[in-house]
Write a protein that binds this ligand. Structure first.
Ligand SMILES: Cc1cc2nc3c(=O)[nH]c(=O)nc-3n(C[C@H](O)[C@H](O)[C@H](O)COP(=O)(O)OP(=O)(O)OC[C@H]3O[C@@H](n4cnc5c(N)ncnc54)[C@H](O)[C@@H]3O)c2cc1C
Length: 453
């Protein structure tokens, strides 16, 4: 079977790897000059390669760890104990053990207890479909109470959703609470995060090598213009004036980009795909000469600060692996067409630095080695209340055309773990050996339920 894969991010490369392991002849087309997509690398002015966006691997990412072992790169994984904090009313509050939790100033005793209970309760929810019809606000208010909601949850939700969150189901926060808890392991329950030396690029490179060893081909700087569809069947992919024929075409892009590639797929399918919404992101990377906070994640619960968190990846990446630099990312999630996305890089830099100075009045800007603004319009798929029927299946209505995309990963979060897991499952569907829908999941596309990493 000759399969053309469009997109060389984690999804496309994992899919290429799993398909070629099973004897398919794959050819991967990637528009940019490097593989990796959102998880791809960036080369700094001094030649150091770092992640364009912050990426952590958790010790609970079992599929990913297994994949690294299979590829012989497990010895490149590094894990470190990390810390999480909250920025509240001009101060950083550490939130890493029971004592710190019980001292957390924004909340009274009952609120703290209810916050702890919310995190604990989420770990025991198995029937995620029951959360599908409950809004995230209603669920958090019910479990955490008004005080915690107003002081913690609401500011965080407002920062995350540029344009309201009335329509967002409780599954959104539930899957995050489960993943957040999975950073804490063992009897000590100490938080831990990890990475591959060289970032996700190391994993991608290892898979790419296996694909090529199996006879597959990977083309960089090769944007696909169209998936050619004739008589309801995908015939191949168009690159400029040339059409390359394939037995099957698999698109791994976000649905708004996928739609542009399939003008001949029919209006009904286009309208259906148009229902999927996304959050975009603006995530400047601050390269410093030393640590900023020492926290992996500093959650910001103040509306006046435009970014939603301070993510210092060198809290778990030893700076020796990134040219001795200290890496701090200052992300702001936005609607794809938000006014924030219209701002120039210089405007973002000015606004971000002004706010960083508010948070850290002693911060000396001479410590900044590089300030690089990165942004993307389609990053995180958003699922509305009771909307699993809008999740597009891997098999499309066009014969021999498949879609393997992050919007199909639900309720799990989209990350290296769930994406490569989904790629493996999609490979089975493409090869005609997909899993059968369980009775519990009747009515929900069978590829939708990806286990929480
Ligand atoms: C800020 C941020 C933080 C994150 N943090 C983490 C984390 O801590 N841990 C973790 O595991 N994950 C994290 N993720 C998530 C992870 O990066 C994504 O889930 C994953 O990279 C998605 O991979 P993908 O292949 O589905 O999509 P993409 O990475 O978007 O890949 C799609 C690829 O298709 C290419 N393409 C587009 N159009 C065409 C065309 N016409 N022809 C050919 N190629 C085309 C693009 O160039 C791109 O390379 C984070 C993501 C972001 C943005």
């Amino acid at each position: 079977m000759k399969v053309g894969i469009i997109g060389g991010g984690i999804m496309g490369i994992s899919l290429g790897y799993f398909l070629s392991q099973q004897g398919a002849q794959v050819e991967i087309f990637e528009a940019s000059s490097v593989l990796g997509g959102l998880a791809g690398p960036l080369v700094l002015g001094d030649g150091t390669q770092v992640d364009r966006f912050y990426h952590a691997i958790l010790s609970s990412d079992s599929h990913l760890r297994q994949l690294c072992a299979e590829l012989g790169i497990a010895d490149q994984l590094r894990f470190r104990q990390t810390k999480t904090g909250f920025y509240y009313q001009g101060r950083i509050h550490s939130m890493n053990n029971v004592v710190e939790f019980l001292r957390f100033p924004p909340l009274g005793w009952i609120d703290r207890f209810r916050l702890g209970l919310t995190v604990l309760y989420a770990q025991f929810v198995r029937d995620w479909q029951s959360l599908e019809g409950i809004s995230v606000e209603e669920w958090l208010l019910r479990l955490s109470g008004r005080g915690t909601y107003e002081n913690i949850w609401r500011p965080m939700l407002r920062a995350k959703f540029d344009g309201g969150f009335d329509h967002i189901p409780a599954t959104w926060i539930w899957s995050r609470l489960v993943r957040m808890k999975s950073t804490r392991g063992g009897a000590s329950q100490k938080e831990e995060a990890g990475h591959l030396i060289g970032g996700y690029a190391t994993l991608i490179k290892a898979m790419a090598a296996r694909i090529e060893a199996a006879g597959g081909k990977i083309h960089l700087r090769c944007p696909v213009q169209e998936v050619v569809i004739e008589q309801g069947r995908a015939q191949g992919v168009r690159l400029g004036n040339e059409v390359r024929p394939f037995d099957a075409a698999v698109v791994t892009l976000q649905t708004p980009l996928f739609r542009r590639l399939i003008p001949a797929a029919g209006q009904e399918y286009h309208d259906y795909l148009g229902e999927t919404e996304y959050l975009g992101i603006i995530a400047p990377l601050l390269v410093l000469d030393g640590p900023l906070t020492g926290y992996w994640t500093l959650n910001i619960t103040e509306d006046r600060i435009p970014f939603t968190g301070v993510i210092e990846t060198t809290a778990y990446i030893d700076p020796q692996y990134v040219g001795g630099h200290h890496l701090v990312y200052l992300p702001k999630y936005t609607a794809p067409g938000s006014r924030w996305q219209q701002m120039t890089d210089d405007e973002i830099k000015t606004t971000w630095l002004q706010n960083l100075q508010i948070m850290f009045p002693d911060f000396d800007t001479r410590r900044i080695r590089y300030f690089l603004v990165h942004r993307e319009r389609y990053v995180e798929p958003l699922h509305r209340l009771n909307s699993t029927h809008l999740i597009p299946p891997v098999k499309t209505p066009v014969k021999n055309l498949y879609l393997a995309t992050t919007a199909q990963i639900y309720p799990a979060l989209t990350n290296g773990e769930s994406v490569s897991r989904h790629a493996r499952q999609s490979a089975q569907i493409i090869l005609g050996e997909g899993p059968v829908t369980s009775p519990k999941m009747a009515g929900v596309p069978h590829e939708v339920q990806v286990a929480i990493g």
